[in-house]
Design a protein around this ligand. Structure first.
Ligand SMILES: [Zn+2]
Length: 249
């Protein structure tokens, strides 16, 4: 018998404001929405920022129409877990490039919302095993970690500070990446699991457009949540890789 995976350390929940930055509408719903529902239920404030609008995500739908449909689905999906601010950066879906431009755009969002925790998706090369990650996810996650540091330095993207109406913000303590194969932390999502499922199901046009036969959102989420739950001694949990952003952590 294989060794049981190591226990997950509970995430720090002593914060008030988080910002989620992901590449596509639906990314958060495939791994973090139930956790978001838990935190908004505790009175925390969470903002969503989508780097693209996922406009290249539905084979049978033109990107202009798709952008509109997917932004609307994302707003509904956010509402279900208690998030009322959803921003779209309008970067190009599928061909996102890591670089200074992307870092600047995310830095501005961090400076505007001044979060203590920033949440993004897995940006490792794989999901564990042989399944390769997608290029937009990797570009986004790397840019998020860099933008969090950039945001605190007034001399980086200084036009945002000098005349741009923003202040530097160095208050992000940690970046959390859900779905990472190197996740060592977790949070109990047993009580908010159903909200997470409903949040995924709000992406109806997208899920139908995938053409995956017999895709069942609940079943998919349950598999992952149960595995993470076992590592915390609870029914369901969400797992995250934690990147400390402060000095001396
Ligand atoms: Zn994605």
């Amino acid at each position: 018998m294989a060794d049981a995976p190591p226990p997950l350390t509970p995430l720090d929940e002593s914060w008030e404001r988080a910002l989620c930055v992901v590449a596509h509408p639906d990314d958060l719903e495939f791994g973090a929405a139930a956790a978001v529902a838990r935190w908004t239920g505790q009175g925390k404030s969470i903002v969503y920022c989508m780097v693209t609008s996922g406009e290249a995500g539905i084979d049978g739908m033109d990107p202009d129409e798709c952008r509109r449909v997917r932004e609307e689905e994302q707003r509904r999906s956010a509402e279900v877990v208690g998030v009322d601010t959803v921003e779209f950066l309008g970067e190009p879906d599928g061909v996102l490039e890591y670089g200074v431009g992307l870092r600047a755009a995310i830095t501005a969002v961090v400076r505007r919302h001044r979060p203590e925790i920033v949440i993004t998706g897995n940006f490792r090369d794989t999901w564990g095993g042989a399944n390769l990650n997608q290029a937009d996810h990797i570009a986004t996650g790397r840019a998020v970690v860099d933008a969090v540091r950039d945001a605190g330095n007034r001399w980086i993207f200084r036009d945002q500070v000098e005349g741009g109406g923003l202040e530097p913000w160095g208050g992000v303590r940690q970046v959390w990446a859900f779905g990472s194969p190197l996740s060592g932390h977790g949070v109990d999502t047993t009580d908010t699991f159903d909200a997470g499922v409903a949040s995924l199901e709000a992406h109806r046009a997208y899920i139908d457009g995938l053409g995956w036969e017999h895709f069942d959102g609940r079943e998919f989420l349950e598999g992952h949540a149960r595995q993470a739950g076992q590592r915390m001694g609870v029914a369901f949990a969400a797992a995250f890789e934690v990147f400390p952003m402060g000095w001396g952590d």
